[in-house]
Ligand binder design. Sequence first.
Ligand code: PMP
Length: 484
Amino acid sequence: MLPPASVIRLAGEQRELPYKAPYAGMIPSARKAAIMGDHWQQASQRQPGGQSPETPHGSRIDPYVGQYAERARGMVASEIRALFAVTARPEIVSLAGGSPYVTALPLDAVGEMFGQLVAGRGSAALQYCTAQGDAGLREKICEVMSLEGIRAHPDDVVVTVGSQQALDLITRIFIDPGDVVLAEAPSYVGALGAFAAYQADVVHVPMDDQGLIPEALGEAIAAAGAAGRRVKFLYTVPNFQNPAGVTLAAGRRHAILDICRAAGLLVIEDNPYGLLGFEGEPMRALRADDPQGVVYLGSFSKTFAPGLRVGWAAAPPAVRDKLVLAAESAVLCHSSFAQMAVREYLGTQGWREQIKDFRELYRRRRDAALEALSAQMPDGCEWTRPAGGFYVWLKLPDGINAKAMLPRAVSSRVAYVPGTGFYADGSGAGHIRLSYCFPEPERIREGIRRLASVIETEMELRDTFGTDAIPRGTGVDTPGPGDL
Ligand code: PMP
């Protein structure tokens, strides 16, 4: 059976975009029957020792559907992910992806540096290294962390494949299926993906515009304890949070640490945006005040280049040892070339100046986004005002569903990530995340103008026919790397 192709018609354009999501457009029961039918047909035609001759290369039909581990069950791409494939088209303003603006880097100088690295020290740069990571880079990482008040020794640091791998490793060493992870509501989609992969049960803790609410954290810990649940750690993004754009107030930081210490709870402080504040000095890290109780995750993805995939974890010694062993079994060691390239960059390329430039660039884009939101958004919308980082979190007027609205937004040539991606329990349909990091300010303004008009149309629909007229999105989203 061939998957039907649906079509996205772009407003103001003559062309139609074929959008091929397998089984898209079918009602759920028909879709299930089609999938099962394909699966049955596939299995019955498979020949011993080889693939079915009818199986086209790259077919998404899965003959092993019944054989995956329990933990792989939740690993499904959402319909939204298929929609995002079209958002890369130039006519669409994507406010969805969280990709940093790497074009602002001195690419020629960086390229020259890479070349010299291979020519001069290729025998080390192209060789394996230790699982803990390049010692020289770990020294530099301690220098970077000192900007946020952290006094660390290179031995405390494990270099990882982006901070995403650190999230995976932390979850791998701490979580048994059913263990509770406390996380902000909403929370970073990539972390939720890692937690789901190890079958953690995420309990969301409310935030306000000052970040995580200490009293709510205390209540969540008490409620989990009363229910006999094992809480393993608190996961928090304290600065310019992804997706909400809010920052944990200085006055709350000690309270959060005290609550976690009293409960014997480890804190995972995920801080890829901490140096990208628009106002004043970087905030003091949680780890600066409790190195025994906090694992700090850092990344060069936002301050240098995500393509190199260099992040790190700074952890108490016992946790560090487990992380090194887990990293070894996952990847043997990180890329020596990438690590030495970052070390070289930090040693020779004026990285502090570059971060200043990035801050200025993102501040201008944040300003463009906030000005456009104030000028364009209809009554009933509310949004956060980030003091750094990449994201604005927008609350839609009552009765408007972010996931249901997305295809109509894309056909109006603007894309965002629906709030449902940032909750483990499928809530968040009343919110959207807008990223201002990648498009030029003019495009941001245009995107927000288009979005405002889509929201207004949804409101008219709602007012005329009631909320039942607005189709509901279903399930939890799994956005891809470009959406993180
Ligand atoms: N944590 C947060 C909060 C993020 O926003 C991201 C990337 N979007 C990551 C971790 C992962 O970043 P990387 O793996 O590129 O270091």
